[in-house]
Each structure stands twice: as C-alpha cells, then as structure tokens.
Write a protein that binds this ligand. Structure first.
Ligand code: ZN
Length: 125
C-alpha cells in the first residue's frame, strides 16, 4: 500500500510493529462470548471423545484440517477476520491508514502534531 506521502507500507510478514487491528465495540461481547463458549464446548467434546464432531460443527471439514492444536482451532472459530479492521502507521510521515470495514480499502488520517514518534507498538520502531 502506498501512503499519501509516497512511502510504501509493506504488509508481507507477521509481527509488523506498524500494523494493528481495530475491534469495534459492537463486536467485543460476541467475540468474548464465542471464545469462552467455544473453549468450554471443545474441552467438553474432547473429554467425551467427540473432538472430531466439534470440529465438524464449527468448520467445513474438509478442507479444514482435523489435526490442529486446540488454540489454533479456537482462534479460527472466532472468525476475527470478519470483524476486525486493519490499521497501519506510516513510518515516514506518521499517517494512520484504517481499513474501511472489511473492504481492504483504507482511509488515511494525518497526525495533528509534528512529533514523528509512532503511536503503535508503544512508540517503538
Ligand atoms: Zn506516509
């Protein structure tokens, strides 16, 4: 993605210090409820020997694999990509690019102050 200042904002790896996610407040309860209920139901299903049934109830199997770690399945079951918006901070000019919904299109915001220190990642990087 090209910032308005011309800087290319690269999004090709994990753990990017200038990238973040916004979880709108209207989705917070749903995500946390899903997380706790999915953890409980997966533990119950595993105890009863119904782990495979749990996976089939939560995902399309196949293609969804049945040999993932529980933590990966819980993460996937939250479908965060359907509710979070990506946010990037330009390391050159400090502009913030916020995804418009889940459109993969971005709106840019320019900082009011000239302080070039970043706001994501606690101002590091
Ligand atoms: Zn920029």
């Amino acid at each position: 993605m090209r910032c308005i200042c011309g800087h290319i904002i690269v999004d090709q790896t994990d753990n990017i210090p200038y990238k973040g996610y916004i979880l709108p407040d209207v989705h917070v309860d749903k995500v946390s409820d899903n997380m706790t209920s999915n953890i409980d139901s997966l533990i119950d299903a595993t105890k009863k020997g119904e782990r495979l049934e749990w996976i089939e109830n939560h995902f399309k199997v196949p293609p969804y694999p049945t040999d993932l770690k529980e933590s990966s399945m819980i993460y996937d079951s939250l479908s965060l990509n359907e509710v979070v918006q990506e946010i990037f901070e330009c390391q050159n000019c400090g502009r913030i690019a916020i995804e418009i919904g889940q459109t993969n299109m971005f709106k840019f915001f320019k900082p009011e102050s000239d302080d070039t220190k970043g706001v994501l990642n606690g101002g590091n990087e």
